[in-house]
Design a protein. Structure first.
Ligand SMILES: [Cu+2]
Length: 151
């Protein structure tokens, strides 16, 4: 009665190359957005000696200087950051001041904390230099160099 089971189990060992991954090292298609992981950490290595006592760390680098390309999308993902440090995109080299230098064009989610995110679709009209900053403290962030796509 149960003989059909043996037929199923018997036919397994065929050519292992079929359906396997190719041998090339092609990277996956580029994602639509680049995600940066943001944390607030005690300052030890920020590029500005006048930085605040706690600073934004981006992908593990305090005050990372980032290059963003016009027309592309960037996500600044907060990693359980305190509400005391509202992360936003700014025209101000120092930030603070209640977020007075907020840059809004192309941005959603400014003044992020906790586990929220700021998404920045860099507009063609963005200046060559912007910043990511805290609305409450001076010099927690650093530079966003804005460039145009090559070609
Ligand atoms: Cu702050």
């Amino acid at each position: 009665m149960a003989l059909s089971l043996a037929l199923i189990l018997g036919g397994c060992d065929s050519n292992t190359s079929v359906g396997g991954s190719t041998s090339s090292d092609d990277p996956p298609d580029p994602p639509n957005a680049t995600t940066f992981q943001v944390a607030v950490v005690t300052e030890t290595d920020h590029p500005d000696p006048n930085a605040h006592s706690v600073v934004f760390e981006v992908d593990g680098v305090q005050g990372a200087e980032l290059t963003l390309v016009r027309g592309e999308t960037y996500i600044f993902q907060m990693g359980d950051t305190p509400a005391l440090h509202p992360f936003h995109i700014s025209t101000s080299s120092t930030g603070g001041d209640g977020g007075a230098g907020e840059w809004t064009d192309g941005v959603t989610g400014n003044f992020a904390s906790g586990n929220s995110a700021v998404t920045f679709v860099v507009p063609n009209g963005a200046p060559d230099l912007l910043f990511y900053q805290c609305a409450n403290h001076l010099i927690m962030g650093w530079r966003l160099n804005i460039i145009s796509p090559s070609g």
